[in-house]
Write a protein that binds this ligand. Structure first.
Ligand code: C2O
Length: 352
């Protein structure tokens, strides 16, 4: 059956893991009458929002982006329950991923699931519109961390300036100094040259987007872009999506700035990932991979399964109004009003 939007009245304590609860509630504010929450309709638009690679952002863009995130964070101080505030936005991820919501008694988890791509697409869609509205720029597009291109294979510098809204102190040490990212990172630093690292990354991209994901669903086989059921992760979600989270977050078991022991915060744990502004830049590229995958051709098209197409989520728009959205309405980013700046994809030539 399709996954319905979460019943917000079911929202309860979220957990970091079996033994540990999140130390604050990540439930979204409840609309007065959930039954009356309408389906979202795309507002009319005159110009597509274009998402640019983070490493090419200029001063002006960086200033604008910082300003938008600052305004979002300021809302936390004055109106902590405002659904468009930074913390409330981050909590969406916690609620959908750490057991905040349940459906028919079963905990809702959008990861390791075919809901992964559509959930995050809708999540970023609203986040981007909220930022744009806070700075009165309806054309504002999120940057994407272009980690699939050699020029983007390090931490995007604009997020590493202490004292700015894009900074987060809960990150691992390896992100600094222009270190190359290993897209297959699961906690072990491999000693290798920057050149070899890039070649490995490009080969890995080819494997995940081409070799291992030839069609949307393959029965009983694990390897597709989407995963084959509501409880199965697809290729890109597994790698490089997760390794990028782990690489950016603090090392599990290390000591956090406040003296607590790290669970991978912020990026390396579902409950806290949205607290790092970098999250949305990382996921912008994950989302772009969905488009790139379809552009690769062959049988790489969206799933036609009705249970997937008719699954629903719940979000607040930039005016703080609640809406239900459907997976079937997020398959074409241009129809949603945004697109990605065309960028070379050298991994296409890295057939092993
Ligand atoms: Cu919802 Cu990158 O995780």
């Amino acid at each position: 059956a399709p996954t319905p939007p979460p019943d917000l009245s079911s929202c309860s304590i979220a957990r970091i893991d079996e033994n540990q609860v999140v130390s604050y509630s990540c439930c979204a504010p409840k609309p007065d009458d959930m039954e009356k929450v309408p389906y979202y309709k795309f507002p009319s638009m005159t110009k597509l929002r274009v998402r640019q690679p983070a490493h090419e952002a200029d001063e002006e863009y960086i200033a604008k982006y910082n300003c938008a995130v600052t305004k979002m964070k300021d809302l936390d101080k004055t109106q902590p329950d405002n659904p468009i505030g930074f913390k409330q936005q981050a909590n969406i991820h916690c609620a959908y991923c750490n057991g905040g919501y349940s459906i028919d008694g079963k905990v809702l988890q959008v990861h390791n699931s075919w809901l992964f791509f559509p959930f995050h697409r809708w999540y970023l869609y609203f986040y981007e519109r909220i930022l744009g509205s806070l700075i009165d720029d309806p054309t504002f597009g999120l940057p994407f961390w272009n980690w699939d291109h050699p020029k983007g294979m390090r931490f995007p510098p604009m997020f590493d300036v202490p004292g700015t809204a894009l900074y987060d102190e809960r990150r691992g040490d390896q992100i600094h100094n222009g270190n190359g990212i290993d897209l297959g990172y699961f906690g072990d630093q491999v000693e290798t040259t920057q050149l070899q690292l890039m070649t490995n990354n490009l080969t890995l991209m080819y494997r995940q987007l081409v070799t291992n994901s030839p069609c949307p669903l393959m029965s009983l086989v694990d390897l597709t872009l989407f995963g084959s059921t509501v409880e199965d992760a697809g290729t890109v979600e597994n790698i490089p999506h997760s390794p990028v989270h782990i690489w950016v977050g603090t090392r599990r078991g290390s000591v956090l700035p406040v003296g607590k022991i790290s669970n991978g915060e912020d990026m390396g744990n579902f409950y806290s990932a949205g607290l790092d502004p970098l999250f949305y830049c990382h996921h912008s590229n994950v989302d772009r991979m969905w488009n790139e995958w379809k552009a690769t051709g062959g049988k790489r098209t969206d799933i036609q399964n009705k249970d997937w197409l008719n699954s629903e989520f719940f979000f607040y728009d930039e005016n703080g109004n609640p809406f239900k959205v459907r997976v079937r309405d997020c398959l074409d980013t241009k129809k949603m009003g945004y697109d990605y700046h065309a960028t070379a994809t050298p991994w296409r030539n890295f057939k092993p």
